[in-house]
Ligand binder design. Sequence first.
Ligand code: ADP
Length: 493
Amino acid sequence: MVLAALGVALVLKQFLASPNVALVFLTAVLASAVAYGLWPSLFGCLLSVFAYNFFFLMPLYTVTVTDPENVVALFFFVIVAVIVSNLTSRVRSQAIAASERARTTEELYQFSRKLTGAIDLDDLLWATAYQIASMLHLRVILLLPGAGGLAVRTGYPPDDEMDAADIAAAEHCLQKNLATGVGTTDRPDAHWMFLPIRTGRGAVGVVGLSGEDADPQLKPEQRRLLEALSDQAALAIERVNLAADVDRARLTAETDRLRTALLTSISHDLRTPLASILGAATSLRTHPGELDVAEQGEMIRTIQEEAERLNRFIGNLLDMTRLESGAIAPQVTVVDLSELVGSALERCAKILAAHRVEVRLAPSLPMLKLDVVLFEQVLFNLLDNAAKYSPAGSTITVEADCANGWVEFRLLDRGDGIPVSDLERIFDKFYRVHAADRRRAGTGLGLAICRGFVEALGGSIRAGNRSDGNGATFTITLPVPEGATQFVEEVAS
Ligand code: ADP
């Protein structure tokens, strides 16, 4: 640059006085400060003084200056050139620092966005290790505490290993919440420098760093950057851990809720019939002579009915257990729905004694492939509910028809119906619309079993309310097996 300035100055010398030529050299100093910084521009400054003196100040082509005016000019040239190179190089380094800061901020921002999107802890740790390694140009390892103590969760590059001294230093770092390992005063014999990854509540993990010859030799700005990265990572790790805790807590609460529901229902449903049985049996035993035949008959009937109720309840519990363990394997046979309805109604005769039952089955129903035992249990549970939840003397309607390859079976009652918000939930285990309803014994299992069985048979069940007045409807849809119509004809012939 000074050479170029010298060329220009020699040309200008033909037209201008030599003091003006100094400005050309000043331009060269300024340009070198902008392009290369302080030291190259000071060197340029030195060369300029020499060239200016040698080629332009009298006596020419010597390094001596005789004219006092020229001495002053040279002196001020030096002062101005040094100030210019200083100021310009400072502005340059500020501009460089600002653009580096902007790049770092942008990278940190991208990193924080990446962390916000990470749901999985492994993804998050990998992103953190990669980011620290690429921004600080160091080898990185991340350790988190687990059931068996502190363990390496990820690293960049991924194949780094640690020996016992390293693990001990890392553990110390986590416990004491301060830097340990090489380059620190605490256990400097380790191969890594360990720094805690911490939130306001303490260290959540440890980051290990290693440079060319182990000691990462972090500069202050690198340390600040590392702190920014590890703070962000710490928050994200805590967020993922908290989410996992919430899930665990929800699961525990759900299990507790089920256990409480089960215990409440068992204690009620076992104790009520047992108390009646015990009461009746005790009366029969202690006052055998005092009871007339009718009273004795009544008590024996109570014992039988309550024992049957107990039996149903335990049957329900067993069915539910079989469903949950996946032990339900339907024994499918070809059956006539009307026969099945008939036998279910017979089984429910006692329960339905106080109701009128109306059966409206379409005449041309195809034969269905069903497990007789399972489907009869479904019908039984539905009829039992209809009897329980509709007033004595009301009508229960059983309907079935066939369309588009599906048979639709409906059971309608004249009870209070089901609140719209509960239409789905009543099929949940242990769910009862009126949980505290002690008047009507129930476990909240009946409909859950119905849905489990119907789905095992390839059908579906849904609940609704009647459109022609009050009352609930339960609709079961079952597929008509292929070739079912021919089978009916064969049977007919
Ligand atoms: P439960 O043993 O309580 O009858 P279910 O699983 O059979 O258990 O039924 C769940 C809940 O659905 C019942 O507690 C009841 O509130 C509601 N429900 C079932 N059937 C009917 C119906 N026919 N009419 C009104 N509500 C019903």
